[in-house]
Write a protein that binds this ligand. Structure first.
Ligand code: ZN
Ligand code: ZN
Length: 182
């Protein structure tokens, strides 16, 4: 009675072959374009397997920065960071609280001058610019260290170091956090 059922093994899932390697049978599909991919072509992402083509396409949409965005963003980030560190010399305690806000301001200014174009390299380069912009006055603060007033310049140095760290981290998270969230 069951014989008939057994003789006709209807295969519900037709065999899949990798679209890059037509001779390779596979059970995976790219979860974006839905094409079959073999284990060699599959890239495991947080949302599942994807083919390399889709991964590349994805990176391209994240990578919209143009060449002239880099010098522009670097100058803006460096100058505001420097101005912030200059003000920090007058208003230490206020600035230490304000440093994270300065970081956010720099991030918004950078996004504005590059018309919200973005790339991973742009984030990295501008983060370096923020650090570099805060350094000249930190180096100046170092000088009295060798000129006979070590304690006060040590305090200045610590505060300037804290300013650099706070501005840089808040800048970086603001810039990249928005990238990831969008
Ligand atoms: Zn795909
Ligand atoms: Zn393949």
């Amino acid at each position: 009675m069951n014989a008939e059922n057994q003789v006709i093994p209807e295969d519900p899932t037709p065999k899949l072959y990798c679209y890059n390697h037509p001779q390779r049978e596979t059970m995976l599909r790219c979860n974006r374009c839905n094409r079959p991919i073999c284990s060699e072509c599959a890239v495991l992402t947080p949302t599942g397997y994807r083919c390399r083509e889709c991964i590349r396409g994805q990176q391209k949409t994240f990578d919209t920065a143009r060449a002239f965005d880099y010098p522009l963003a670097v100058v803006v980030a460096g100058v505001i960071s420097f101005l912030g560190s200059y003000l920090a010399g007058f208003l230490w305690f206020f600035i230490l609280m304000a440093a994270p806000i300065v970081g956010v301001i720099i991030a918004e200014a950078v996004r504005w001058v590059v018309h919200r174009r973005r790339s991973r390299l742009l984030s990295q380069v501008t983060t370096v610019a923020v650090v570099v912009g805060s350094l000249p006055l930190l180096v100046v603060a170092l000088l009295p260290l060798f000129m006979g007033n070590p304690l006060s310049s040590l305090i200045t140095l610590l505060l300037r170091g804290a300013y650099t760290a706070l501005v840089t981290t808040s800048f970086y998270y603001r810039l990249t956090g928005i990238q990831l969230g969008r």
